[in-house]
Design a protein around this ligand. Structure first.
Ligand SMILES: Cc1cc2nc3c(=O)[nH]c(=O)nc-3n(C[C@H](O)[C@H](O)[C@H](O)COP(=O)(O)O)c2cc1C
Ligand code: SF4
Length: 608
């Protein structure tokens, strides 16, 4: 059954943590690897993680209290102090901005007499922003106590403000607020598939794991999570790796701004995803799998758990699957808690182990040293779906779709300036122009392909093709028409990277912050040519010294928009000479206010 509305989980806004804590901890069997899941449940119940709950968990799991605080402080949805009974987070992707999220947030702050980021004096609420919530086709969007609300309008904000003022539990808010659309605009191999659940497992029951791997290799399937690694090679390496146990992990973190196709796949085709994971388990010899679901998609949890149970009841999961002795496999769902970096596969594995999501050194790669240092195959949601189709059709038929180096189809998440945002499926090789025509985009100035870490292309490149030969993509396709300021687009992306840097390595932690400050300086009219040159130097440092892909791609939005839309930058520059990034006079404003002075002597002169 498909969820047509967002089911409310837990109590809202509060439940009785004292009564529930023992049960929550017991449900997670006292496993240290479940620490993050445990903290997420405590947060959902109490609205934050109280100190006595942290102490109790530390004692029960036999871990230092400091570890709990360290883990909780890493994830933006977890709080160690009360942050309001109602926690309102406005999705702040550039597409939300284009749909007016800033005005709506201001309206709500005015209505409820609150500044962004502050807790109201009565402890009722906080209002803040969060990174893209994966609802770009139906924005502006927000999360209230973790529940996604889309299609925000001034009227809806007014109503929500009133519900909060009246302390109406979120569970009693109008169901329509929580309705999340699939917006499938163009189907294809995956979205139009008519497979019955279990069909491909049944037909492949008699073939060996080696044959599954060789079919996937021959199909030329490449990962859909961004990097495009050959899936068959990954499964083979994992299968060949020595270990006490093998694992399969489905990456449903989908944090790249502008991407939402995995959400639709999990809503519409969860059986295909789980079938792909089970197929992979058979190929690599895994008995256990995890689906790592981003916290923003928590509303899908009960739906997905229902599908897993149905599959267990149908002998498609559990022991001796479909009667095959020794083919045991089951899947557990783990939730994320608002950290983009956990989409990076080694950070995801750390998070699955209940730790801070800091990327690991690679090599060794997860295929040999993944979950609990055991061989692990990590694949994107869509990759598992494509693998099922490749097995179903056979390698040659699958390879015949798409282009020579990019087999099969690709799901594209289209958002921004177009008449029909939503999900489009195409064989690889489709041109950017074709997608723009299909989604009803006019006067398009630029397209951001594959999110902020991807590539921004201008009008003269619209005949380029999506595929690993030309424009590789994880699926985001954000459209900007000629009314848009591409400098502001890049500035939004740079803020995103600075916010999401995990802080582990200095070049990225400091570099993304410097990049943000430089873009803010240019936006404030204090920028110079020197700043633009500095960004290029910074890119070199980040490219060569960052620990993971986030740092390495952080400068891309600026470099790409500088290349195509340099006037948007130059029109803001104050001079060609050096200007300090720090506005000293501005910083003294508070001192002036406190001393009641605003005369000329209390200001720095231009020349100082
Ligand atoms: C910063 C960062 C974020 C990432 N986020 C995701 C993500 O949300 N989903 C995803 O499937 N892959 C993501 N990846 C790629 C994964 O590390 C990994 O390559 C992918 O899950 C492998 O699956 P695939 O071979 O099926 O593509 C990210 C990589 C980086 C560097
Ligand atoms: S590059 Fe950035 S996100 Fe990646 S590990 Fe370093 S600090 Fe963390």
């Amino acid at each position: 059954m498909l969820p047509d509305a967002n089911p409310i989980y837990g109590e809202s806004p509060r439940c009785d943590l004292h009564a529930d804590l023992h049960e929550i901890v017991a449900r997670h069997c006292g496993e240290k690897t479940n620490l993050l899941q445990l903290l997420i449940e405590v947060q959902a119940c109490a609205g934050y993680i109280p100190a006595d709950a942290a102490s109790y968990i530390a004692a029960t799991l036999d871990i230092p209290r400091a570890r709990i605080e360290s883990v909780a402080s890493f994830y933006s949805f977890l709080h160690l102090k009360p942050v309001g009974e109602y926690r309102v987070l406005f999705s702040d992707n550039i597409t939300d901005r284009m749909l007016g999220n800033q005005d709506l947030m201001e309206q709500m702050c005015r209505q409820l007499w609150l500044q962004p980021g502050k807790v109201s004096e009565d402890g009722l609420l906080t209002i803040n922003t969060t990174s893209c919530t994966g609802m770009c086709d139906q924005g502006p969007a927000m999360l209230v106590n973790g529940h996604a609300i889309t299609r925000l309008s001034s009227q809806r904000i007014q109503e929500i403000g009133q519900l909060i003022r009246n302390r109406t539990p979120v569970a009693e808010w109008p169901a329509d607020y929580f309705k999340i659309e699939n917006n499938i605009r163009r189907g294809g191999l995956i979205l139009d598939n008519k497979l019955a659940y279990g069909e491909v497992l049944q037909t492949t029951k008699t073939i060996t794991p080696e044959t599954i791997i060789s079919t996937i290799k021959d199909s030329n399937l490449r990962g859909r999570g961004g990097a495009g690694f050959p899936t068959g090679m990954k499964w083979e390496a994992c299968s060949n790796a020595e270990g006490d146990a093998h694992y399969v992990v489905c990456n449903a973190d989908e944090g790249e701004p502008g991407t939402f196709k995995d959400r639709v796949l999990l809503t519409r085709h969860p059986d295909l995803v789980f079938e792909g994971m089970t197929l992979c388990a058979r190929a690599v010899g895994a008995k256990k799998g995890f689906l790592y679901l981003r916290g923003e998609y928590r509303y899908l949890l009960s739906h997905l758990q229902g599908v897993l149970q149905r599959r267990r009841d149908s002998e498609l999961l559990g022991e001796n699957i479909l009667g095959e002795q020794g083919f045991d496999f089951d899947i557990e769902i783990h939730l994320g808690a608002g950290a983009y970096i956990c989409g990076e596969e080694s950070a995801l594995i750390e998070s699955l182990e209940g730790k801070r999501g800091v990327p690991r050194n690679r090599p060794p790669f997860p295929v040999t040293h993944g979950y609990l240092q055991q061989p692990t195959a990590v694949d994107n949601v869509e990759t598992f779906c494509q693998a099922v189709m490749a097995m179903h059709m056979g390698a040659a038929a699958y390879r015949a779709i798409g282009t020579e180096k990019s087999s099969g189809s690709k799901l594209i998440s289209v958002s921004g300036d177009c008449a029909s945002p939503g999900i489009y499926e195409y064989p690889f090789g489709v041109t950017v122009r074709q997608i723009l025509t299909d989604c009803g985009a006019v006067n398009t100035r630029a397209v951001q392909v594959s999110g902020p870490s991807g590539i921004c292309i201008g009008e003269h490149e619209f005949d380029r093709k999506l595929g690993f030969e030309d424009l590789p993509t994880a699926g985001a396709f954000m459209v900007f028409d000629d009314s848009r300021d591409m400098f502001e687009v890049a500035r939004n992306f740079v803020h995103f990277f600075a916010h999401e840097s995990c802080g582990f390595c200095t070049p990225c932690r400091v570099g993304t912050s410097m990049l943000k400050q430089t873009m803010d300086k240019v936006a404030a009219g204090h920028g110079t040519q020197h700043d633009l040159t500095e960004i290029e130097n910074l890119d070199h440092v980040l490219q060569t010294t960052s620990h993971c892909g986030l740092g390495r791609t952080a400068c891309n939005p600026v470099l790409h928009t500088l290349k195509h839309f340099r006037p948007a930058y130059e029109s803001r520059l104050k001079s060609l000479d050096f200007e300090p990034a720090f506005d000293l006079d501005g910083a003294l404003a508070r001192a002036r206010q406190m001393t009641g002075r605003d005369d000329a002597g209390a200001h720095l002169k231009e020349s100082e």
